[in-house]
Design a protein around this ligand. Structure first.
Ligand code: AMP
Length: 308
């Protein structure tokens, strides 16, 4: 089963309590693709500039990720500057330079068209919608977004939400999108905007899934599922934790080929595992050297600390 992901492929300049890094490989689609590559085939749609040297592409292709759909354009790649110095749980965006993404019009390569699983990672909702429209036969569509798009591009985002089987966002984004502070009320209001299921990431406090009557075809009655996070002594760089969660979550679902309540719940645990690994080093470094055995070990640990 293949996942097609569209989203930012970027360079990130980061500052955290552990230090500073300039222009490391990042982007929502990059983190997502690396995490999902442990479970299934991943194909990326995005755009990069002339500064995207072969060594960066190799980070993805060496994990088997298909980069045919990453277009090269004159100019610079997307560049995000963020700081976690004030609060490790919340990125403070210092600059968002869209660069080549400002003029991007996604085209799906012919070889990607049979992808059954579509993931609309964090990027302009107009681009998410364009990709969705070019993949009418996708069996499942999930997506992400962030405050930048929720506040200034809300109308476009609302159109994308109506198309989603699963929306994967963090708790602050849920509050911003719904205008509500109570977690249950906020989740209900977001589900009313269209996604059949909602996965909310609570950072170090784990994640929760909120289900609607349309979440599963075989009539699950459970409306809520909570998964823990692996306790971490040190968080070096939280950038990409959310995308890595989404990659682990969706990669596992695609690898199973069928969305049952049990697959969904197990996928939440794999999401936690990939998210927790990604924060241990700057940028993509930790996922680049992760093994499937290590993922399984952490998955078992997560089960042990959360089951009666
Ligand atoms: P997260 O998983 O939420 O920490 O996402 C971090 C990634 O999102 C970084 O690698 C950034 O390059 C990327 N990013 C930051 N702002 C935006 C934006 N406005 N649109 C798309 N991607 C972004």
């Amino acid at each position: 089963m293949s996942i097609l992901v569209v989203g930012s492929v970027a360079f990130d300049s980061l500052e955290t309590p552990s230090g500073k890094r300039e222009r490391v490989l990042g982007g929502a689609a990059t983190h997502f693709a690396l995490a999902a590559s442990f479970f299934t085939d991943v194909r990326v749609v995005g755009v990069v500039g002339e500064d995207f040297l072969p060594e960066y592409e190799l980070v993805l292709t060496s994990k088997g990720v298909d980069t045919t759909g990453i277009e090269r354009a004159p100019g610079k790649s997307f560049h995000w500057t963020g700081s976690y110095v004030k609060d490790l749980n919340e990125a403070d965006t210092l600059a968002t330079d869209l660069n080549v993404f400002a003029e991007f019009s996604p085209k799906i390569p012919e070889s990607y068209k049979d992808s059954e699983y579509l993931f609309l990672a964090n990027i302009d909702p107009v681009l998410q919608a364009q990709v969705r429209a070019q993949m009418p036969n996708a069996k499942m569509v999930a997506g992400d977004t962030m405050n930048y798009w929720i506040s200034a591009h809300r109308e476009n985002l609302l159109k994308v939400l109506r198309e989603l089987d699963v929306l994967v966002i963090n708790d602050k984004e849920v509050r911003m999108l719904s205008g509500e502070t109570n977690a249950l009320v906020a989740a209900r209001k977001v589900l009313e905007l269209g996604p059949k299921s909602l996965v909310v990431k609570y950072g170090e406090h784990g994640s929760a899934a909120y289900f609607s009557k349309d979440s599963f075809s075989d009539g699950e009655t459970r409306k809520l599922f909570r998964a823990p996070a692996t306790p971490q002594e040190e968080v070096v760089d939280p950038t990409g934790a959310g995308d890595s969660f989404a990659g682990g979550f969706y990669g596992y679902i695609a690898s199973q080929g069928k969305l049952t309540p049990e697959v969904f719940r197990t996928a939440m645990f794999y999401g936690c595992v990939l998210g927790s690994l990604s924060v241990e080093e700057f940028g993509t470094a930790r996922l680049q050297r992760t093994t499937r055995a290590e993922i399984e070990e952490r998955f078992q640990h997560l089960k042990e600390i959360s089951h009666l």
